[in-house]
Design a protein around this ligand. Structure first.
Ligand code: BG6
Length: 479
C-alpha cells in the first residue's frame, strides 16, 4: 500500500551522462521502476542530457532497451508510453558559456508542470566533469533551489577532492549536495544498523574481546566491459575501496548513534574514519587481470589495478588490534559481496577433532548481495555416540522471511533525494578523511601482480589473511 506522504513533490529531473553506462544499467531502469511503483512525483519531467547526437526517438529506444535489460519491471506498452511522454532528450555539452539549450529545456518542462516544481540534477559523469557542470548550473541560474546528486568517486585524491568540494560549495550549499555511494542504499547495508542495535544478543559481542577479525569482500565476476574510459583512470582502490568498502566498514565499526538521523550517524561514521590508521602500501596487494591491457580503450602498459586487497586497523577502544581485511576485484570467480566477522576461539578446546580452519569455527556472514541475508556458522554436537562437534549453519534470507523483493539501491537513493532525505548520502568530511587514509597507497602504489581471469586474484592476497582464509571461496551461501 502506497504511503501518500512519501510521494515526492513535482520535479524536473535532469540526468547528465544519460547515454552512459550508469544511466543505462541503473538510473533509467530505476526511474522506470519507481514510476511503476507509484514512487515518482505525480507530475514530473525527466530531461536526459548527453553530448551524444541522438534524436528524441533514438534516445527513447535506447532508454526502453535499457529498462528491458536491467529494470526490475519490464516495460509494458501502455505504461511505457506514459513514462516516455515525460522523458526528453537534450543533446549537447553543458558547460559555462553553453547553457542556453538545457536552460530552455528545463524552463519549458517547468512551465508545463506549473507551480514551481523542484529541480534535481544527477551528475552521472566522470569526476572531471563535476566542476564544469556545477559552474554551468551556477552561471545559468539553474542551481537555484536545486538538489544535485554527484556520483562517486568524489575526487581523485585528497587534493582534487578539496578543490572539487570548495568549487561546488561556491555554488551550492551542503543541503543541496547529495554525494551518492549506492552501497548505502542497499537494504543489507542499512540492516547492519538494525541487526547490531535492535538485538540485545548482538551488540555485546561486537567488539575486540570477541571478534578476531572482519572481512569485507566484494569479488565481481565481470570485467570492465565498455567502461575503460572511466575505469582506466580510476582503478579498484578508487572505484570500490575508498568508496563502497570504506562506507560498509564504517557501518560495521561505528558506535551506537544517539539518534537515527543524518547528523548523528555521520558523527559516528566520522569518528571511525578519524580513528582509522592510514593504509600502508607494504600491506596491500594490487592485481590486474590478464588481458586487461588489451581491453578496448585501456592505455598501453596501463598500471591500473583491477584487484585490491588490504588490511585496515581502527585504533579505538572497541576495535584496536582487530584486522579489517578488504578485498575486491574484477574477473574473479563469482559475484558475492559479504561482510564476515570471525569470533575468537573459546579459551580452551574441550572438544578434540575440530580444526579451527579458515575463518574459524564460528563466524557470522552478512550477504550484501546477491542472495541477501545473514548466516551464522557455529559448532554443534553431531548426533550419535560420543561428543563430536561438527559445523552447522543458521540463516536468515530476506526473501524467505519477508517475501517481497528488495528495493534496489539506486531506486531508494533517487527517491530519497526527491524527498530531500540526505541520511544515506555521504558527507564531505567522511570523503576527505577517506582520501587521507588511502593517500600513502596512492602516492606510492605497490607493484601490480597479474592474475588469470576467473581466479581469486594474486596469491599474495591470500597471505594477507595469515593462517586464515577469505570467506567466499567454497563457503556455503545463505540458503
Ligand atoms: C560501482 C562500480 O560503483 O559498483 C562498479 O563503479 C561495480 O565497478 C559496482 O561493478 C558494484 O556494485 P554492486 O551493487 O553490483 O555490488
Amino acid at each position: 500500500m502506497l504511503d501518500e506522504t512519501l510521494i515526492p513533490e513535482d520535479h524536473v529531473i535532469v540526468v547528465f551522462g544519460a547515454t552512459g553506462d550508469l544511466a543505462r544499467r541503473k538510473l533509467l531502469p530505476a526511474l522506470y521502476h519507481l514510476a511503476e511503483e507509484g514512487w515518482l512525483p505525480r507530475n514530473y519531467r525527466i530531461i536526459a542530457s548527453s553530448g551524444v547526437d541522438m534524436s528524441q526517438e533514438e534516445f527513447k529506444d535506447f532508454a526502453r532497451a535499457a529498462v528491458d535489460e536491467f529494470s526490475r519491471s519490464r516495460s509494458v506498452d501502455e505504461r511505457w508510453e506514459q513514462f516516455s511522454a515525460n522523458l526528453m532528450y537534450a543533446a549537447g555539452e553543458f558547460v559555462p558559456g553553453e547553457t542556453q539549450a538545457l536552460k530552455e529545456a528545463v524552463s519549458n518542462a517547468e512551465g508545463q508542470l506549473g507551480d514551481r516544481p523542484s529541480r534535481l540534477f544527477y551528475l552521472a559523469v566522470p569526476p572531471v566533469a563535476f566542476v564544469p557542470i556545477t559552474e554551468a548550473l551556477g552561471h545559468s541560474g539553474l542551481s537555484e533551489s536545486a538538489k544535485v546528486i554527484f556520483e562517486k568517486p568524489f575526487g581523485h585524491d585528497l587534493e582534487s577532492f578539496e578543490h572539487l568540494n570548495r568549487s561546488i560549495h561556491e555554488i551550492l550549499d551542503e543541503s543541496q549536495i547529495y554525494r551518492i555511494d549506492h552501497y548505502l542504499g542497499k537494504e543489507t547495508v542499512q540492516n547492519i544498523l538494525a541487526f547490531r542495535f535492535a538485538n540485545g544478543m548482538v551488540e555485546p559481542v561486537w567488539q575486540r574481546q570477541h571478534i578476531e577479525h572482519v572481512q569485507i569482500d566484494v569479488p565481481e565476476a565481470i570485467g570492465i566491459g565498455s567502461r575503460a574510459g572511466f575505469y582506466d583512470h580510476i582503478g579498484a582502490l578508487r572505484d570500490m575501496v575508498v568508496t563502497h568498502l570504506f562506507q560498509v566498514l564504517s557501518f560495521i565499526a561505528l558506535e551506537p548513534p544517539s539518534e537515527l538521523n543524518r547528523n548523528a550517524i555521520a558523527e559516528e561514521k566520522l569518528k571511525v574514519f578519524d580513528s582509522m590508521v592510514a593504509l600502508d602500501p607494504a600491506g596491500v596487494v594490487r592485481g590486474q587481470y590478464e588481458g586487461y591491457r588489451e581491453e578496448k580503450g585501456v592505455a598501453e602498459g596501463s598500471d591500473t589495478e583491477t584487484f585490491f586487497a588490504g588490511c585496515a586497523f581502527i585504533d579505538n577502544w572497541r576495535w584496536t588490534g582487530v584486522p579489517f581485511y578488504l578485498r575486491t576485484g574484477k574477473c574473479l570467480p563469482e559475484k558475492r559481496s559479504t561482510v564476515s566477522l570471525a569470533f575468537r576461539d573459546p579459551p580452551s578446546r574441550m572438544f578434540a577433532g575440530v580444526a579451527a580452519d579458515g575463518l574459524g569455527a564460528d563466524h557470522l556472514t552478512i550477504e550484501l548481495g546477491p542472495n541477501e541475508g545473514i548466516s551464522m556458522q557455529f559448532l554443534t554436537r553431531v548426533q550419535g555416540p560420543g561428543i563430536k562437534p561438527g559445523k552447522a549453519r543458521m540463516s536468515f534470507r530476506y526473501e524467505a522471511s519477508f517475501g517481497s523483493e528488495l528495493i534496489e539501491a539506486y531506486e531508494r537513493l533517487l527517491h530519497d533525494a526527491m524527498i530531500g532525505d540526505q541520511l544515506l548520502f555521504t558527507t564531505d568530511q567522511d570523503i576527505g578523511r577517506a582520501w587521507e587514509l588511502v593517500g600513502p597507497v596512492l602516492a606510492d602504489p605497490p607493484p601490480l601482480h597479474p592474475y588469470p581471469k576467473g581466479s581469486w586474484g594474486p596469491p599474495e592476497a591470500d597471505d594477507l589473511v595469515g593462517a586464515g582464509t577469505w570467506n567466499a571461496p567454497g563457503e556455503a551461501r545463505v540458503t
